[in-house]
Design a protein around this ligand. Structure first.
Ligand SMILES: Cc1cc2nc3c(=O)[nH]c(=O)nc-3n(C[C@H](O)[C@H](O)[C@H](O)COP(=O)(O)OP(=O)(O)OC[C@H]3O[C@@H](n4cnc5c(N)ncnc54)[C@H](O)[C@@H]3O)c2cc1C
Length: 404
């Protein structure tokens, strides 16, 4: 079937169903309000509901409307900020804790898939990083050494499975990929089946403290709770997170190839911004899903030129028969490279945020759900200090500002 660059993500073409109830009961009180039904919000709501808390998940539009419906859903134990930089800026112990956190989040994804028997095309894949030229190669040694220091297996290997000419290639085993909306759809169903309340078209506009409770103001009325999680990719309204994060836009294409060569691998070059690659089968049809051409999100429309550049770049390296889908979406880069997960500075106590994931939200969104659900249900998390939203790390921040 000729689709000719349909402007939606490959995942949305398969999963369109809406969920939820029209409204919540007037005056109903909850332990936790979770705003936003992407990977962060749905996972948080499910983990908390399963711990016996009474939760309501409210979504401004519909499930997966945000970046979780536009992601490329690589599941990585390494991040856009390389471990050598985390070691330099936060210390070796923090970098090891980050690697441990990534491992734990990946286990949560795997456990949910097994427990709820989720058919979401999950598969373990090797990741390949490749330097396209001598300049990119200079950073490689540092990346390899950083990975090794935190215990991420990283091997030099001869060939780039995507066939892109490279001066050096390394393999990082035990990465993964999945279909994000198939995964989230079932987590959401589990949340509802466990007694959770889910309401769509219900935007939280603000929150205030009243008689020791939080009152979330929404388009469908007020909700009273003990805790509020802004799982909205970046917390809404005026808050410091908008100064500590920079919004970027990234572009993706799903292509059919004439030669039928769809490597079962995840790939990343070291360009700045970098390109990322994977393959995916929808029923019997195979696709290469490739992204890049990231730029700061501003008020100028870069859409057609960015897609044109990405298409031209991909045509240089792949035998493209058809660009079947193309889409773009936003992500947020934190000032020091690590996400902000925890109490939102400047808000009443028990209002939490989870943002600054860069291009690593599958692992970090799952991790945020784990951290926030532990803080809310048990009072603390072993990871909370590392990702504290109120932290100040001047050295690292200066570096990222200069790089951007
Ligand atoms: C093109 C692209 C490719 C990417 N590829 C990868 C990848 O391969 N691997 C990876 O790990 N990460 C990747 N990322 C990053 C990852 O997709 C995101 O970090 C992640 O999806 C963010 O999830 P989230 O749940 O926090 O936010 P979202 O998925 O954006 O969900 C937030 C939800 O909140 C809702 N909302 C907003 N405001 C309100 C409000 N006031 N009240 C109620 N609801 C509200 C929105 O409608 C939305 O549904 C990619 C990002 C982009 C842009």
């Amino acid at each position: 079937m000729k689709r000719d660059g349909q402007l939606e993500s490959i995942w949305r073409s398969e999963v369109k169903k809406h969920y939820g109830q029209e409204n919540f009961a007037p005056g109903a009180q909850f332990d936790v309000v979770v705003a936003g039904a992407g990977i962060t919000g749905i996972t948080s709501a499910l983990l908390l509901q399963k711990k016996g808390m009474k939760c309501i998940l409210v979504e401004a539009t519909n499930m997966g409307f945000g970046t979780s419906g536009d992601t490329t859903a690589h599941v990585n134990s390494f991040f856009d900020i390389p471990y050598y930089q985390v070691i330099r800026d936060f210390g070796l112990d923090s970098a090891k804790l980050l690697a441990q956190a990534a491992n734990e989040a990946h286990h949560i994804i795997k456990d949910q898939i097994n427990l709820y028997q989720i058919y979401c095309d999950y598969s373990i894949r090797n990741g390949y990083l490749f330097a396209l030229d001598e300049e990119q190669d200079k950073e490689f040694q540092k990346i390899i050494e950083g990975n090794q220091k935190v215990g991420i297996e990283t091997f030099e290997t001869a060939a780039n499975p995507f066939g892109i000419p490279s001066v050096r290639v390394v393999e990082i085993p035990n990465q993964a990929q999945f279909h994000p909306l198939k995964y989230l759809r079932i987590l959401l169903k589990e949340f509802i089946n466990s007694g959770g309340t889910y309401v769509e078209n219900c935007q939280v506009t603000s929150v205030k403290k009243e008689n020791d409770k939080l009152v979330s103001i929404t388009k469908k009325g007020n909700i009273v709770s003990n805790h509020l999680i802004y799982a909205t990719h970046i917390p809404p309204g005026r808050n410091i997170m908008h100064f500590r994060n920079t919004a970027y836009r990234s572009y993706v294409m799903a292509c059919k190839l004439k030669n039928g060569n769809y490597p079962e691998a995840l790939g990343y070059d070291l360009s700045k911004p970098y390109h990322y690659y994977r393959s995916h089968a929808l029923d019997v049809e195979q696709f290469i899903v490739a992204g890049g051409e990231d730029h700061k999100a501003d008020n100028v429309d870069h859409t057609s030129e960015s897609f044109e550049r990405l298409g031209n770049y991909l045509r240089q390296h792949f035998d493209i028969e058809e660009i079947s889908y193309k889409w773009s979406s936003q992500f947020y880069e934190s000032a020091d490279g690590l996400p902000y997960i925890g109490q939102l500075p400047g808000s009443p106590d028990h209002v939490y945020c989870a943002t600054g994931y860069n291009g690593d939200g599958m692992i970090l969104g799952t991790l945020a759900a784990k951290i926030l659900s532990d803080i809310i249900s048990a009072g603390s998390s072993i990871y909370e200090k590392l990702f504290l939203p109120s932290r100040v790390k001047p050295v690292a921040e200066m570096d990222n500002i200069v790089d951007s």
